[in-house]
Design a protein around this ligand. Sequence first.
Ligand SMILES: [Zn+2]
Ligand SMILES: [Zn+2]
Ligand SMILES: [Zn+2]
Length: 159
Amino acid sequence: MTPARCPHQTPDARPCPLAERLDVARSRCERDGERWTEPRRRTYQLLVEAGRPVKAYDLIAAYKAPGQVAPPPTVYRALEFLLARGLVHRIESRNAFVACEHPETDHAPEFLICECCGRTEELRNDLNRVVREQARARGYVVRTATVELTGLCPACRAS
Ligand SMILES: [Zn+2]
Ligand SMILES: [Zn+2]
Ligand SMILES: [Zn+2]
């Protein structure tokens, strides 16, 4: 599921206390009266383990056990749920999904995206909310608001 490697020495996805993150996600879910089902758990786990944006079809491929039939609707439904709960974000410009780095809070982050290695980072300046509010003040009904900055991460710049 890991995307093609770039030639640079990019650090691996930040240390990933997987069990902890799964716990946070599950308790958020249960706090909201939702069930932490196996498809939701597995889809979330795959995204946390990837540590970078993953396209839906790569998730579907990774989801199934060897020899099993891929369950696209299962994965799509799980993704929709995780997006709605803020546990996962959609990277619009790549049509991909990434596990949230701060699932304990409600937020609409801005993203830094490395065009070389594909890593993303969340920034939380509330730009997204500010821009949405300005649009509403002008009478717009906002459907999506995306702030994505693309460029080179320090590792890809340096090597
Ligand atoms: Zn986030
Ligand atoms: Zn990079
Ligand atoms: Zn690179």
